[in-house]
Design a protein around this ligand. Structure first.
Ligand code: ATP
Ligand code: MG
Length: 358
């Protein structure tokens, strides 16, 4: 167990790093944050010390790591090379990054861990795409690396021009994924402690718009048996990685009893679909991530309320005054200086009704 006053190092300076840092402060830790200098690093505001350098700056990363007791990350695209040779404990271990950074590797890994994945084919050229479309006429072309919030993706239908679609994702190595006609989307957020014990949160209904998460809701259409299955899958996946921390795995709900869930992707970090836990669970995902990486026992993941989380994207932040008038609305504002379309500026948790503890 890390002692009170130990230093947590967070790589990445966005809202996830900020909320992780706030949770760490609340448990009595010190917080250092490393982030590239060009970002609006809202996590810097809550840190005792900061390093602004490119992820690839090995000397800066080594200096940062030397000053902390455990290193974690809020961003799954941290270059793994930047973490090589670091003696400080890194949790979750970078093996998880290697699996999550490449969609083709990720899908193979999910399948290897027993999670059902949808049909997909690798695409490295326009010719590959044309060939793949014969098998998958209706789908999504996704760059294998560096996508988030629907970026690096192009919709493929029988009408799409292959050349334009491949150009739209930057001509990068990609996969063509079959479109899953889902009835809902959900996710499993699970915390795994340094002792291997794990606890899962309730599975919400997740609604995306234009590839960006708009809201999560509980109650959700996920029944208890399905949630138990998903929890077992993700616990197995974590065991394969000797994972320590919070992980998020996204699923499509198919409505087909033969295969009710299809895994979409995994995020080796706290996850936007877990932001409801800040106000709707006994211990939030940020606190449990910090507890896990510090070797502390996990807190209860028990849900305490029916709850809706709504992301404030771009101009949605202008609705903050109205939310402040609503006693059921609990806003979390990230403090970003500039509002941009598609940018996550904050979120609001709406408590519908409290529930009794089990
Ligand atoms: P995020 O960072 O928000 O998770 P991302 O860029 O990693 O997004 P995905 O999760 O792959 O992208 O896709 C974003 C959304 O686009 C999904 O949540 C879903 O709504 C839709 N989508 C992606 N792939 C498929 C698919 N194969 N079938 C149906 N819908 C899909
Ligand atoms: Mg996703």
């Amino acid at each position: 167990m890390l002692p009170i006053g130990a230093t947590i190092g967070i790589v990445g300076g966005g809202q996830l790093g900020r909320m992780l840092g706030l949770a760490a402060l609340d448990l009595g830790f010190r917080v250092h944050v490393f982030a590239p200098p060009d970002g609006d690093n809202v996590a810097f505001a809550i840190a005792h010390d900061t390093v602004a350098a490119p992820y690839e700056d090995a000397a800066a990363m080594a200096g940062f790591a030397a000053g902390v007791d455990v290193l974690t990350y809020e961003f799954e695209n941290v270059p793994v090379g930047a973490l090589e040779g670091i003696a400080t404990a890194i949790r979750p271990a970078p093996a998880a990054l290697l699996k999550a950074q490449d969609r083709l590797v990720e899908k193979a890994f999910l399948a290897q861990c027993g999670l059902p994945v949808g049909p997909h084919l690798p695409v490295a050229s326009v010719a590959d795409l044309d060939a793949a479309r014969a098998q998958i006429p209706d789908g999504f072309l996704k760059a294998r690396r560096l996508g988030y919030d629907g970026k690096g993706q192009a919709r493929i239908t029988p009408e799409t021009d292959s050349e334009a679609a491949f150009a739209a994702i930057g001509g990068a190595p990609a996969i063509l994924e079959e479109r899953i006609p889902f009835v809902a989307e959900t996710s499993l957020i699970l915390a795994r402690g340094a002792d291997g014990a794990s606890r899962a949160y309730a599975m919400t209904r997740n609604t995306h718009e234009a590839g960006i998460l708009r809201r999560t809701d509980f109650p959700s259409p996920i029944d208890a048996a399905l949630a138990t299955t998903a929890e077992r899958w993700v616990a197995d996946l974590c065991e394969a990685l000797d994972y320590v921390g919070v992980i998020g795995v996204e699923f499509f709900v198919t409505g087909d009893p033969a295969q009710p869930l299809i895994a979409n992707e995994m995020a080796p970090r706290v996850h936007n679909t877990g932001h409801w836990t800040m106000d709707g669970a006994a211990t939030c995902q940020f606190e449990n991530h910090i507890r896990a990486i510090a070797g502390w026992p996990l807190g209860s993941t028990q849900r305490t309320a029916d709850i809706t989380m709504v992301n404030l994207i771009g101009d949605d932040i202008d609705e903050l005054p109205a939310h402040l008038q609503n006693p059921a609305a609990l806003p979390h504002v990230y403090g970003k200086r500039e509002t941009r379309a598609g940018r996550k500026m904050g979120h609001v948790n709406f408590i519908a009704s409290p529930v009794d503890f089990d």
